[in-house]
Design a binder for this molecule. Sequence first.
Ligand code: HGY
Ligand code: MN
Ligand code: MN
Length: 427
Amino acid sequence: MALATRLQVPPELITVAARRVMARCEELARVTSTPGSITRVYLSPEHARVNRLAAEWMRELGMTTRQDAAGNQVSRLAPVGAPDAPALLLGSHLDTVPDAGRFDGIIGVLMALEVVRLVRRRDEDGVASSPFPFALEVVAFSDEEGTRFGKALLGSSAVAGQWEASWWDLTDEDGVTLREAFREFGLDPGRVGEAARRPDELVAYLEAHIEQGPELHRSGQALAAVSSIASARRFQLIVEGEARHAGGTPYDMRRDALLGASEAALAVERICRGEHHIVGTVGQLEAFPGAVNVVPGEAHFSLDLRGEFDDTRDHTWDEIARELDAIMGRRGLSWQAREVHSAPAVFCAPLLQDVVRAGIGGEAPTLFSRAGHDAMSIGAITDVGMLFLRNPDGISHHPDEAVSGDDVAVGIQALAEAVLHLAAEPR
Ligand code: HGY
Ligand code: MN
Ligand code: MN
């Protein structure tokens, strides 16, 4: 018997689900280390609190819950009689950038829970189970942004079995190492490998996320499927010159590191603007010693470089590096770069693109994602698909980040029907 691919529920249930998601986004927004704004970083007390909240909401659905060895909050609903069935993984992340919006990542975790609520089977005693031959799992990844330690996708990298020992010595702004933070959070660094999932345990991964760009807003559409996720490389760069007296030092004797870094930031923009689907951003810039009356002898800045394809991204980095040589050479400066994050482009599986488009219905648009997502890590162990929701004005990583309740409602319906279409696929 062919499985239904249309969600057979009264529309008001979808409306109620969307309202619950929006209310819970507000509730999670209040869990922050910076009252008045939203900041929630890996292995923090805020991380622990949102994991407890998410676990509560997962258990409400009859799901079993666990916090895995990397601090991800995971939940599972198995089919009757098949407790070890492979799982369709749904979810996103609950960590944030500093002064964040309330929907980036969060909306995907909460929409996944609503899909489970809508598709689950319940017996006469109200015991819930997956109605499919596969289990349903919802994961709240613990560190997608990399805000605290600079390396992004730590939570999902652990699930993908790609944790690297060199990360243990990464430090946060207070000099706390990742290893120390693990222990303080109650995790055992030696057991992080236990978070890894095997490909045979998974059917696929589906993530709903706000677009974090203006395409859907401009086209007047609510939802899109995602074709691929940009490859990313992140660097911390140091420019060295010579600190000197701001008054007594004539220009021809200056080796001003801040001016070198500033010229470098403008060069990044100029070079990336000339490339297709490449973006480079200098998000951090600091001068040392940082005194008003001292010519900066040193400058530190970050570079976030992304591209649709790894090779064009890498060619662009090579061009930027050559330009930095020229700039610093002209100014008598030296520079060095430390790569702190690298993630290859990930292509969403055609089948999952199809089921997401089927869930959306009509002439569903398909977009390339310039933003990074946990799906980039999970793509190493199973097929991944993504559903984008309209993000008015495309503003994100900002308190004004927005999404409409109506778009969340159609998004929940689309994600649920994508799951039904996937379940209807011959196995
Ligand atoms: O930076 C990104 O693209 C994602 O929002 N972490
Ligand atoms: Mn983000
Ligand atoms: Mn995100």
